[in-house]
Design a protein around this ligand. Structure first.
Ligand SMILES: NC(=O)c1ccc[n+]([C@@H]2O[C@H](COP(=O)([O-])OP(=O)(O)OC[C@H]3O[C@@H](n4cnc5c(N)ncnc54)[C@H](O)[C@@H]3O)[C@@H](O)[C@H]2O)c1
Length: 260
């Protein structure tokens, strides 16, 4: 039995992932604002510190895999605090416990939104690790109204996918033998999207931004299955990837020559 930490385990993709892991006989410690073994707020440095301490305590210092699914999609600076630092700082705090495992694995949940227009300035600030600077940029986007404020979301996910790619080859991760990947869903039916998808107008709005040639929205369990494989012992060589699980959205947006 492997010990998995799943953030966002109280709802949606995180909940489906925790359920599937338990069905398959794994030990799961969920982390969320509510409805999980560890109640934690990953939006602040203090909340992350407390979450790390509690995670290390409950896992007794040995963690086989972490799946970081907690996230929000609001036109607010808070979005970058949760979606970027709530993932990266939390994971960094768990590195010593991951290195105790014989087959440590980590996967985070990015988004197809990582390919949408974003704020380059904000992405750079996030990747520099300067949370105050990033929050100041996020706040100024927020104050310009919901349309500009929404840039916080694709910027947080763009930075997260770039962080995965940058970190996976460093001594901290590759040196410790930890494959580190992201999955990037298209539209998934969860609490985050349920309201938008419940009306024809809402669905049309979402679909206009997320082309989906396969023509159906995904269920959380579909994303969970990929997360399970990436963090299983079977995955020995996939690292640094953002895997779009999006019904063809990435292929539509970026076309067939992303290597040129
Ligand atoms: N639903 C989609 O269409 C979609 C598409 C692409 C990516 N994603 C990403 O998938 C991940 C999971 O989203 P979901 O669709 O399952 O949404 P969801 O709202 O059902 O679940 C998100 C969970 O994160 C938790 N969370 C939020 N803020 C937190 C905080 N400060 N501290 C701790 N936990 C916090 C929430 O309480 C919730 O349980 C997110 O990172 C989201 O950005 C979702």
């Amino acid at each position: 039995m492997r010990t998995y930490i799943v953030t966002g385990a109280g709802s949606g993709i995180g909940m489906a992932t925790a359920e599937l892991l338990r069905e398959r006989g794994q030990k799961v410690i969920g982390v969320d604002l509510r409805g999980a073994e560890i109640t934690a707020d990953l939006s602040t440095p203090e909340g992350r510190k407390a979450a790390i301490e509690e995670t290390l305590r409950l896992s007794e210092g040995k963690i086989d895999a972490v799946i970081a699914a907690a996230g929000i999609s609001a036109p607010k600076a808070l979005t970058v605090a949760v979606n970027f630092f709530g993932v990266t700082q939390y994971l960094e705090g768990l590195l010593p416990a991951l290195s105790q495992s014989e087959a440590p694995r980590v996967a985070v949940v990015s988004s197809m939104a990582s390919l949408q227009p974003n704020s380059v300035e904000l992405v750079d600030a996030l990747l520099s690790g300067d949370e105050d600077a990033a929050l100041a940029i996020g706040k100024s986007l927020e104050e310009q109204g919901p349309r500009t404020g929404y840039l916080n979301y694709p910027s947080s996910k763009r930075a997260l996918s770039r962080w995965v790619r940058r970190e996976c080859i460093t001594p901290a991760w590759a040196g410790a033998g930890i494959p580190l990947n992201a999955v990037a869903p298209g539209t998934v039916i969860t609490n985050m999207t349920r309201e938008m998808l419940s009306t024809e107008e809402g669905r049309a709005g979402v679909d206009a931004h997320v082309p989906m040639p396969l023509n159906y929205h995904s269920e959380a369990v579909v994303i969970a299955k990929l997360l399970l494989w990436l963090t299983s012992e079977e995955n020995t060589h996939v690292t640094g990837q953002t895997i779009y699980i999006d019904g063809g959205a990435d292929a539509s947006l970026r076309g067939d020559d992303i290597w040129s």
